[in-house]
Design a protein around this ligand. Structure first.
Ligand SMILES: Cc1ncc(C[n+]2csc(CCOP(=O)(O)OP(=O)(O)O)c2C)c(N)n1
Ligand SMILES: [Mg+2]
Length: 550
């Protein structure tokens, strides 16, 4: 039966019915009703303590589930507070729907008024809005589809006066059963790529985030082509478990992996940006023939010029190329020799590389610490990384079980997104232990979300590498004087005490002898987050020695 309901209630109901099942946000008067309507229709709401946190939670959640989540914000300042996380999501093509209340149409003197469309556009998101009460349902349904199908971050502005008007509901129902045609691959493209693979002596296939749905097809292609496999940072885990796979390409690669990449003559990237990090500024790729396959034409050659670019679906291109290879043929083992197998085994994981640990009294070596933690944690985990000098330790040393076990919220290279991201990851994957590796500076930027993690009873591990500094800045300017460094150094902060104040379990680690608390927590019911305040030696990480831009 048709009834009259408020636009806000209609939108919340409709979006939940379309598939928004998880909402993060901070609720004010402008988004109170729509958020409650989502919840009343079955969506789960997580109240963050700051919009910056809510944005990163939603971003990480959608990265791991592939689902459009919603970020619910108050008008004006709610949106600006969330902007760094929205920018990160937009740069990573996260399918995210931002429900941004807006001031009433024409109310430009409201304290809350800003040009929200301009703000969204400037951040790289797609600005959309509801235009009238009559069109509100179809406006919002369109915004959901754009986020979902175009894999983009949409900021849907919702003027508060329009939200309050009444409309008939159910209105015209948005289509929910959409069939997308199977991707088509040109046989000429597949034959050309097959020809390159057949003639290459040592081919390597790189899988990025965009290759996640194609891993089986890529492994078959690599088998047929005698190619090695490796993931980009964003795609880490995609080839985990394959004996011919290295772990990760780019800044996080081991020295042995760098050597194997350096000896290859053909590098074929699927769903990978081939940016300055993945290619180490080109030094990992410039010697070889470079091929890029991506379903977005604008991605091809964006960061590095390529010898061949194919616009297409990763799995479909891989399958067509495998079929073409069976015609073209490759009779030798390509890069898959016994010697290579041995080198891969030795070079695969950072956690198995020798560490020259330099414990100073009262300070623990960060590489030795992360390797110890890697060995203690269950394999079923989701690893989240923050920025800074220490980011290579969680980013590269913690092994991941598969391509649903890693979140790298560094597309905008902002520090401080880690804590909120790991909360979003833990909400997305309650079946796994969520682990964050972060710096003291990064953690303290968003520490207020520790309360959210406690309230949600998230049994996660938060490892803070505490050097009482913006260590990256110290190491980027090695010739700076102690006086100059004062602006990036801080007194020792008792992060464990702060965490306990929020209700977390916490331990302080000053040497590898202090890890019993971690074992005890792992054996407990894990009803509270564990925060590890690791007082680390202040040396530059191996990543800081690479010059790819900060
Ligand atoms: C939002 C933001 N502000 C500043 C920077 C510049 N920056 C990069 S690393 C870093 C220091 C991070 O400190 P911490 O989290 O303690 O890690 P550390 O470098 O000490 O290991 C800063 C300030 C940034 N990338 N993002
Ligand atoms: Mg630090």
């Amino acid at each position: 039966m048709t009834q009259k309901i408020r636009v806000a209630d209609a939108l919340g109901r409709m979006l939940a019915e379309l598939g928004v099942s998880q909402v993060f946000g901070v609720v004010g008067s402008g988004n109170f009703r729509i958020t409650n309507a989502l919840v009343a229709t079955g969506a789960r709401f997580v109240a963050a303590r700051h919009e910056a946190g809510a944005a990163s939670m939603a971003d990480a959640y959608s990265r791991l589930t592939g689902e459009v989540s919603a970020l619910s914000l108050h008008q004006g300042c709610g949106l600006t507070n969330a902007l760094t996380g929205i920018t990160e999501a937009a740069k990573c093509h996260t399918p995210l729907l931002v429900l941004a209340a807006d001031t009433a149409v024409g109310d430009v003197t409201s304290n809350f008024h800003i040009d929200q469309d301009a703000v969204a556009r400037a951040a790289g998101a797609t600005p959309m809005r509801i235009h009238s009460a009559e069109t509100a349902v179809s406006d919002a349904a369109r915004a959901f589809r754009v986020a979902q199908i175009e894999r983009t971050t949409v900021v849907l502005s919702l003027p508060v006066d329009l939200q309050d008007l009444e409309i008939a509901y159910p209105a015209a129902r948005p289509a929910s059963n959409i069939r997308v045609p199977a991707p088509v691959v040109s046989t000429a493209d597949a034959a050309e790529l097959a020809g390159l693979l057949a003639h290459a002596e040592r081919p390597i296939i790189v899988g990025g985030r965009g290759s996640r749905g194609a891993k089986g097809a890529l492994r078959e292609l690599a088998d047929a082509a005698g190619a090695l496999l490796i993931a980009s940072g964003g795609g880490r885990g995609v080839f985990e478990g394959d004996e011919w796979a290295l772990d990760v390409m780019g800044g996080f690669a081991t020295d042995g992996a760098v050597e194997l990449i350096g000896e290859s003559d053909l590098i074929v990237g699927f769903g990978v940006a081939l940016n300055r990090w993945t290619t180490r500024g080109g030094s990992l790729t410039d010697h070889a023939t470079l091929v890029q396959i991506d379903d977005r034409i604008e991605a091809i050659g964006k960061h590095r010029l390529v010898d061949l670019g194919i616009v297409g679906d990763a799995a479909a291109v891989a399958q067509a190329t495998t079929a073409a290879l069976s015609v073209t043929g490759r009779t030798d083992a390509g890069y898959r020799t016994p010697e290579t197998a041995d080198r891969i085994r030795r070079a695969r994981y950072w956690s198995e590389q020798p560490v020259e640990a330099v414990d100073e009294p009262g300070f623990v070596d960060p590489a030795a610490l992360i390797n110890a933690l890697d060995a203690m944690l269950p394999d079923e985990r989701v690893v989240v990384v923050d920025g800074g000098n220490v980011n290579a330790y969680p980013g590269a040393h913690l092994r991941v079980p598969d391509d649903e076990g890693y979140v790298l919220p560094l597309s905008f290279q902002s520090i401080g997104l880690g804590l909120a991201s790991v909360i979003g990851a833990a909400v997305a994957r309650p079946d796994r232990v969520a682990v964050l590796g972060t710096g003291d500076g990064s953690l303290l930027m968003g520490a207020v979300e520790l309360e959210t993690a406690v309230r949600l009873r998230l049994g996660m591990v938060i490892l803070a590498f505490n050097d009482s500094a913006y260590g990256a800045e110290v190491h980027i300017f090695p010739d700076s004087t102690p006086t100059e460094q004062e602006i990036v150094r801080f007194p020792d902060t008792d992060i464990a005490a702060i965490a306990r104040g929020y209700g977390c379990d916490a331990i302080t680690v000053r040497s590898l002898d202090d890890l019993d608390g971690i074992s005890a927590w792992l054996e407990s019911d894990r009803s509270r987050p564990l925060v590890i305040d690791a007082k680390i030696t202040g040396r530059p990480s191996w990543l800081m020695t690479q010059d790819v831009g900060h």
